[in-house]
Design a protein around this ligand. Structure first.
Ligand SMILES: Nc1ncnc2c1ncn2[C@@H]1O[C@H](COP(=O)(O)OP(=O)(O)OP(=O)(O)O)[C@@H](O)[C@H]1O
Ligand SMILES: [Mg+2]
Length: 378
């Protein structure tokens, strides 16, 4: 799938031949493994058949011999001849049941793992309308020997408007993954109103993640929006579209029944992102997490999306991850990640006055922006 989806890119870089070779090698590896399994299956069946048919044949020969030496009556001999093949049927069945049992064992392991999961504690969710998030000595690494986040501790009261910044690769998206529980920390925990997030069956009931990677499905705008709120009325859907300034475009292009092509290819990047935001707004969760929600889109869409994000201030907890440090200036708190640790925390003014990592990053970005503008003007 990966190779097929990236076929266009492979063609651009003329790497399709090398990739074909790799695919051939992988296919050959798969063929060898499959043949190994089939050989084992065939061998076990052959042994079973040998025992079953060989046993039946032996039984028949002995019965005939005994009949010849008059140790067995004629009826007794016929009975044994007729029953000999039947006698080993359970053995052959056992062989086939063995394979079914192995499949069952693999499936049951998954079922038991699911059954072993802790159920959410009833009654504790009531206070989650205004949840407070707490990170307690959170440590995480994709590989054991390379921690990405180290001993992170932090409290975010409900309604906080937080900017999460840091150089590329500092672990911002990793922290977003941990907050959504798509990644699990080995050490430490994230608590929501005192309850470990791992105890929750579905953290997405409280947290909505909006990132530039959000997917829009082939189908109508209505279907894509109702994914977040299946019982949403027409009015609610239009209101969400209005909030992200997509209502005019949708009205002019067939309304809520406008069909989106695969990957929403018939929308522009900005429209796609605005529609994703409209869907997120419909979900109405107390916590919103924006991970580069405005990257790779036009300036106008970017500004409009930022306005919507800012309008959530006070009513929801908002965590905004952005490369653009100027977008985080209005945040109540800015968290600065460096080498997997929370190196600074405060308002824009406080961090600028401190003159440490944040200030350095802001200066670098301003200089870069200045150079680019100078380059364009020149
Ligand atoms: N799935 C993964 N497997 C292994 N390592 C990963 C994985 N995802 C990220 N990493 C590593 O974890 C580190 C942090 O990545 P992360 O995506 O959290 O950074 P980030 O701060 O969001 O960066 P950016 O600003 O570029 O989005 C990086 O060094 C990256 O190489
Ligand atoms: Mg990231």
């Amino acid at each position: 799938m990966d190779n097929l989806q990236g076929l266009g890119t492979l063609k651009i870089y003329q790497a399709d031949e090398a990739r074909t070779q790799k695919m051939d090698e992988e296919a050959e590896h798969f063929r060898r493994i499959t043949m190994k399994v089939l050989t084992m299956q065939l061998n076990s069946i052959s042994v079973m058949d040998l025992v079953a048919y060989g046993g039946a044949a032996c039984g028949m020969l002995i019965a005939l011999q005994d009949y010849g030496s008059r140790q067995l009556s004629f009826y007794g001999c016929v009975l044994i001849l007729l029953c000999a093949a039947e006698f080993f049927i359970p053995l052959r069945l056992l062989g086939s049941y063995f394979h079914i049992a192995m499949n069952g064992m693999a499936a049951s392991e998954k079922i038991f793992r699911l059954l072993d999961q802790k159920e959410p504690t009833p009654g504790t969710h009531a206070g989650f309308l205004a949840p407070q998030l707490e990170l307690c000595s959170l440590t995480f690494g994709y590989q054991k020997e390379r921690p990405i986040l180290k001993d992170l501790s932090l409290t975010l009261p409900f309604g906080s408007f937080v900017g999460l910044v840091g150089v590329s690769g500092s672990g911002k998206s990793t922290l977003a993954g941990l907050l959504c529980q798509t990644l699990r920390a080995e050490q430490g925990m994230i608590r929501m109103n005192g309850l470990d997030l791992k105890e929750l069956q579905d953290p997405f009931e409280w947290i909505t993640l909006v990132s530039h990677r959000n997917h829009l499905f082939k189908g109508t705008i209505r279907e894509n929006l109702q994914m977040a709120k299946p019982d949403a009325s027409e009015e609610t859907l239009w209101q969400a579209l209005k909030e992200v300034r997509m209502d005019e475009f949708v009205k002019e292009n067939g309304g809520l029944d406008l069909i989106l092509q695969e990957g929403a290819a018939n929308l522009s990047g900005g429209q796609r992102q605005r529609l994703c935001l409209a869907r997120a707004l419909l979900k109405k969760t107390p916590i919103y997490l924006f991970d580069e929600a405005t990257s790779n889109i036009d300036q106008e869409s970017e500004n409009e999306i930022l306005q919507v994000i800012h309008s959530l201030k006070g009513k929801h907890t908002v965590i905004m991850i952005s490369h653009r440090l100027d977008y985080c200036q209005q945040c109540d708190t800015i968290l600065v990640l460096e080498d997997g640790t929370l190196c600074e925390q405060g308002t824009h003014e406080e961090l600028m006055a401190a003159g440490k990592t944040y200030e350095k990053l802001v200066r670098q970005q301003q200089a870069l922006l200045h150079d680019v503008q100078g380059g364009i003007a020149g």
